[in-house]
Design a protein around this ligand. Structure first.
Ligand code: FNR
Ligand code: 8K6
Length: 347
C-alpha cells in the first residue's frame, strides 16, 4: 500500500503539495551553450508535474560555479526567461517547482567559464577529473577571502530572487554532495583557521549565511536546504564532521525553512560517525519537515513515512525512467527500470 504517499501535505501556510512525492534534483546537462533552459526541458519538467513538488536539476548561481557541461544558470536575463517556460509548463499542468541553487566550489572547472580561479574554503583539490571529460583534471582551488564570501552570499540571494522572477515556487539551496556549501561543512575540504573554520560554529557560518540571505530575500517559507551529513561523494568523511552537523541542525531548527532534504544515493548506507543512516541521524537532530531520498521504491518510502522516518520522499532515477511516476504509483502499474543510457536524451 502506498496511499499515504498520495495524501496532500502543507509545507507551511504558503505552500501546499498535492502529494508527498517529490521529483529529486537531477542534473541532465541539456541547457544550451548560454546555459539557458530549452523548450525540450520545459516539456520534460511539464510531463512530471504530477509530483507534489519538482526540485529542478542543480542551477548554477554564477559562472565560476560550473563543473559540468551545459548545466543551466540563473544569472542572466535569458536564463530567467528560459526558466519561465519551464515553470509555466509545470504550473499549467497543476504542479509546483523549486529551483536548486548550486555552486560547485572546488568541483568547478575553468574550462567551463573561460579561465580564472576555482573557489573553495581551502586550497585543497578534489582528486580526479570531470566525469566523461577526463582531460579536465580538477585544480587546486583558491581559498576564498572574506570579500569573496560576502560576494558569494549576495550571489546566492540574487539567484534566489531571479528564481522567483522566473516563476519558481521557491528554492532549495544545494548544500549537499561535496559542492561549495558542503565543502565548508567537512574537515576534509575546510582547513581554515579564521571564523569560517576550525570548529562547528565557524564551519557552519557560510551555510547559515547563505540560508539567511536567501530567506531574507524570498521568505523562509520558500527556502529549503539539502545537506549530506554523511560525506560520500567528492569528499572524505571525518568523525569530527558530526559536531558540525549537530550544530548546524540545531541552528536550522530555529529557522522555519520549507523543508530539509537529505543528499544521498542510497539511504541504506550507514555512517559510523552518524551512528547509522543519514536520514535517522537528521531525524533525531531536526524535528521539522524532512525529505528522505536514496534508492527508495514507493513501497519502501510509504513504510518509512508511516514509521515516521521522514515526511516526504524524493524520487530520482525512477522519475527519469517514468515521467508518469506518480500515476503509476497511484494505479499500481509496473515501472520502467532506469538505466544510465537514459541520460543521453530528455524524455
Ligand atoms: C543526481 N543527484 C543530484 N542531486 C542534487 O542534489 N542535485 C543534482 O543536480 C543531482 N543530479 C543528479 C543527476 C543524476 C543523473 C543522478 C542519478 C542523481 C542525486 C539525486 O537527487 C538523488 O539523491 C539520487 O539519485 C538518489 O535517489 P534515487 O535516484 O535513488 O531515487
Ligand atoms: C557529460 C558529463 C555529464 C556529467 C553528469 C553530471 C551529473 C552530476 C550529478 C551527480 C552525480 C554524481 C554521481 C556520483 C555517484 C556516487 C554514488 C555513491
Amino acid at each position: 500500500m502506498t496511499t499515504n504517499l498520495l495524501q496532500p501535505y502543507d509545507l507551511n501556510n504558503t505552500i501546499s503539495l498535492n502529494n508527498r512525492i517529490l521529483m529529486a534534483p537531477l542534473t541532465r546537462c541539456m541547457a544550451d551553450n548560454e546555459l539557458v533552459p530549452t523548450q525540450a526541458m520545459a516539456e520534460y519538467y511539464g510531463r512530471r508535474a504530477e509530483a507534489g513538488l519538482i526540485i529542478s536539476e542543480a542551477v548554477i548561481i554564477r559562472p565560476d560555479g560550473q563543473g559540468y557541461p551545459n548545466t543551466p544558470g540563473l544569472f542572466t536575463a535569458a536564463q530567467v526567461d528560459g526558466w519561465r517556460k519551464v515553470t509555466d509548463a509545470v504550473h499549467h499542468n497543476g504542479g509546483k517547482i523549486f529551483a536548486q541553487l548550486w555552486h560547485t566550489g572546488r568541483v568547478a572547472h575553468p574550462h567551463f567559464f573561460g579561465g580564472g580561479d576555482v573557489m573553495a574554503p581551502s586550497a585543497v583539490a578534489v582528486e580526479g577529473s570531470v566525469p566523461r571529460m577526463r582531460e579536465l583534471t580538477y585544480q587546486v582551488p583558491k581559498a576564498v577571502t572574506h570579500d569573496d564570501i560576502t560576494q558569494l552570499v549576495k550571489d546566492y540571494a540574487q539567484a534566489a530572487s531571479n528564481a522567483i522572477d522566473a516563476g519558481f515556487d521557491g528554492v532549495e539551496i544545494h548544500g549537499a554532495n561535496g559542492y561549495l556549501i558542503d565543502q565548508f561543512l567537512h574537515h576534509d575540504s575546510n582547513r581554515r583557521s579564521d571564523e569560517y573554520g576550525g570548529n562547528a560554529e565557524n564551519m557552519s557560518r557560510f551555510a547559515l549565511a547563505v540560508v539567511d540571505a536567501v530567506a531574507e530575500r524570498i521568505g523562509n517559507e520558500r527556502t529549503a536546504l539539502r545537506v549530506s551529513p554523511g560525506a560520500y561523494v567528492n569528499m572524505a568523511g571525518d568523525s569530527r564532521d558530526r559536531d558540525v552537523f549537530d550544530y548546524l541542525l540545531a541552528e536550522l531548527e530555529r529557522r522555519d525553512l520549507a523543508f530539509l532534504h537529505i543528499g544521498i544515493f542510497d539511504d541504506s548506507m550507514e555512517f559510523d560517525y552518524l551512528g547509522g543512516r543519514a536520514s535517522s541521524y537528521v531525524r533525531t537532530n531536526y524535528s521539522k519537515t524532512l525529505v528522505g531520498v536514496g534508492s527508495y521504491t514507493a513501497e519502501a518510502a510509504s513504510t518509512a513515512i508511516a514509521d515516521d522516518k521522514f515526511d516526504l520522499i524524493a524520487i530520482g532515477r525512477p522519475f527519469i525512467a517514468n515521467p508518469d511516476y506518480v500515476a503509476r504509483v497511484r494505479e499500481g502499474t509496473e515501472l520502467v527500470n532506469y538505466s544510465d543510457e537514459m541520460l543521453t536524451s530528455l524524455v
